[in-house]
Design a protein around this ligand. Structure first.
Ligand SMILES: Nc1ncnc2c1ncn2[C@@H]1O[C@H](COP(=O)(O)OP(=O)(O)O)[C@@H](O)[C@H]1O
Ligand code: SF4
Ligand SMILES: [Mg+2]
Length: 385
């Protein structure tokens, strides 16, 4: 898929390709992944008084050759998830398998080999590149550790090839980051990510800091490279609109949990989790006739602290469908048995239903929204336009 406008529709060929990809073998399998940051008190004798539950039991898989978009508001644990997958932060619990091999507790040579295969492109091309290093040194730095990829004598040529691959002039090899624009700097970050010929690239909000006009160019470059080098991408964003163009599947995170995951069609056209529906309602719809059916859901209340998340369903303090059950029972991420067709994808909601279909089939038919102010209720406040 290429970026050709916010209202682009997949062609049948693209849709068939997306389905083909969806059947790919898992390259990364993540099970019950947990990352808690301890909260301590005291200076000399540090005492743990709690924990920030940044990632709290997340399971999903990334399939060979696909792009999995990961979306959620700031602070929901996306970057922490990426860092744990990269082994930049140790996991508190759970399992990460790369091609079937457990990697979350590796060290030494095993860790080094995996690090080569899973690379990251960071959000901010202004701060993620060392201003005192030349572009050639930045891109070629990974070769210092993985000398087997490019022996010393071949490095200049290898870096120039990488510059060429990302659409930069190979003669810029001796320039410094400040001599490039934001989009060019992100191309340098991507070239560095490609240097070790990884199989998986985790892109953590790679275009969020760029101008809208430049975002599409960088996304198109990532898509082109994916085909060329058979890459699997995890593409993190805080906004559902950016991810749509590049993703084969999308996972939605809220407060350290994955709340819904499915193919791009399942998520964008048949979302069943209230949080996803609220995020989608905020995505601008260019077609005025479609605008009428997509009234905006305004979420009230703040995102709770991940150090003290709500009991039961973590979204319940902002959910207009919340019931007593949501207070006491954690909803599991699974395909709800009462849904069928494209709605029957994984959703962590006791009352999962497509928008407009509430009360028509979910267990007990408890689709009646709670009035704002009742326990656990926020408010669905449709705004026209
Ligand atoms: N090193 C850390 N120590 C303590 N808390 C952290 C640390 N890194 C992240 N957090 C907290 O974990 C939560 C998730 O953060 P993050 O993964 O950066 O979210 P996102 O990338 O979705 O914005 C936030 O509440 C953040 O403050
Ligand atoms: S209906 Fe209940 S389980 Fe579903 S999202 Fe709302 S609070 Fe969570
Ligand atoms: Mg982040």
């Amino acid at each position: 898929m290429t970026v050709d406008g916010p209202d682009s529709v997949d062609s049948p060929v693209e849709a068939a390709f997306a389905q083909e990809v969806a059947r790919g073998e898992p390259i990364l399998e993540v099970r019950d992944l947990v990352k808690h940051f301890p909260l301590t008190r005291g200076v000399l004798f540090k005492k743990q008084v709690g924990a920030v539950k940044a990632v709290d039991g997340v399971s999903f898989e990334l399939r060979q050759g696909e792009t999995l978009g990961i979306v959620g508001e700031s602070g929901c644990g996306k970057s922490t998830l990426a860092k744990v997958l990269m082994n930049l932060e140790p996991a508190t619990g759970g399992s990460v398998r790369f091609k079937g091999e457990e990697i979350s507790r590796l060290s030494g040579a095993g860790l080094k080999a995996v690090r080569r295969n899973i690379q990251m492109v960071f959000q901010d091309p202004y701060t993620s590149l060392n201003p005192r290093m030349t572009v050639g040194d930045i891109i070629g730095e990974p070769f210092e550790i993985h000398t087997e990829v490019a022996p010393r004598g071949d490095r200049r040529k290898a870096v120039q090839d990488l510059l060429d691959v990302v659409g930069l002039n190979p003669e810029y090899i001796n320039r410094y980051p400040h001599q490039f624009s934001g989009g060019q700097r992100q191309r340098i970050g991507i070239a560095r990510g490609l240097a070790l010929k990884p199989e998986v690239i985790i892109c953590d909000e790679p275009v969020s800091a760029l101008d809208v006009s430049v975002q599409a160019q960088v996304i198109n470059l990532l898509e082109q490279l994916q085909g060329e080098f058979n890459l699997s991408y995890m593409f993190i964003a805080h906004d559902l609109s950016i991810v749509r163009h590049i993703s084969d599947r999308v996972g939605v995170m809220y407060l350290g949990k994955m709340v819904e995951i499915g193919s791009d069609l399942e998520i964008y056209e048949h979302a069943t989790h209230p949080y996803t529906q609220a995020l989608l309602s905020a995505v601008p719809v260019p077609d005025p006739s479609a605008r009428e059916v997509r009234d905006r859901i305004v979420l009230t209340g703040d995102v709770p602290s991940p150090a003290n998340p709500p009991s039961g369903c973590r979204f319940r303090t902002r959910c207009w469908k919340a019931q007593e059950r949501c207070v006491v029972e954690v909803p599991l991420l699974a395909a709800p048995g009462w849904l069928s067709g494209l709605a029957a994808h994984e959703s962590a909601c006791h009352f999962a239903a497509e928008r407009g279909a509430e009360g028509s089939g979910e267990p007990g038919g408890q689709g009646e929204p709670k009035a704002p102010g009742e326990p656990g209720a926020a408010g669905e406040q449709p705004e026209s336009g």
